[in-house]
Design a protein around this ligand. Structure first.
Ligand SMILES: C[S@@+](CC[C@H](N)C(=O)[O-])C[C@H]1O[C@@H](n2cnc3c(N)ncnc32)[C@H](O)[C@@H]1O
Length: 213
């Protein structure tokens, strides 16, 4: 039975394409000698991807989040003598976009489905991206016969981790959108990105994209 389950998973993976390389590896592949920003760098990761970029030879590193710097982030920055710059603010705020500035490599993971207006979120990421966007997001399965579908306030039926939105007072914590991979591709194109690589698992996508010329 286990064999059959593993074979089914392997077949599914083959059909969907490769899984993403570990995120530190993906970042290391792109950042040497380049400027790097992690948008949404704090919750549960405490700036770890910023430090990974620094270790991989990034020229300059910025972390951005609505949350203030965590105790773990501050301690690790201190321990390393790290030069990571932290900007606290909302990616959707044009003044914050100006403060962050354009970067060669933009990493943004786990943010898009928490955004009420994901096209606006992608447009802001486009403004920040001088070279490469590395975007990771949870996704929901395609709707047969209806490519480009998104589900508003998805529930556990669409994704086992979904925390459905309950209204504006909840800020960016809930899941506003269940985004299918085909909808993500269309939204990236609409906001000015060309996708170079797409790594998929059944409920997650990581893309490497660049500004469309
Ligand atoms: C689900 S966590 C993902 C954390 C990490 N990037 C990861 O992939 O594990 C989302 C993070 O993005 C931040 N965030 C969400 N919306 C944001 C926004 N509009 N501007 C800046 N940060 C945001 C949250 O505060 C939180 O730290």
């Amino acid at each position: 039975m286990l064999d059959r389950a593993l074979t089914t998973t392997a077949r599914l993976r083959a059909r969907l394409g490769s899984t993403a390389p570990p995120r530190e590896q993906l970042i290391a592949r792109h950042v040497a000698g380049r400027s790097f920003v992690d948008v949404g760098c704090m919750w549960s990761v405490d700036g770890a991807l910023c430090f990974a970029a620094e270790d991989a030879g990034a020229d300059s590193v910025t972390g951005v989040d609505l949350m203030g710097p965590s105790v773990r982030f501050t301690a690790e920055r201190e321990r390393r003598g790290s030069q990571v710059r932290f900007v606290q603010g909302d990616l959707h705020d044009p003044d914050i976009v100006l403060e962050i500035g354009r970067h060669d490599v933009v990493w943004c993971s786990g943010v898009l489905y928490h955004a009420p207006h994901p096209l606006l979120t992608l447009e802001r990421l486009r403004e920040l991206t001088a070279g490469t966007l590395l975007l990771a997001t949870e996704t929901v399965p395609e709707t047969p016969g209806r490519p480009g579908t998104c589900v508003v306030a998805p529930g556990r039926r669409e994704h086992p981790s979904a925390e459905p939105a309950g209204g504006p007072a909840q800020g960016y914590a809930p899941w506003y959108w269940g985004i299918t991979p085909s909808a993500l591709r269309t939204m990236l194109a609409l906001s000015g990105f060309a996708v170079l690589e797409e790594h998929r698992t059944p409920l997650h996508v990581t893309v490497v994209a660049r500004p469309a010329s």
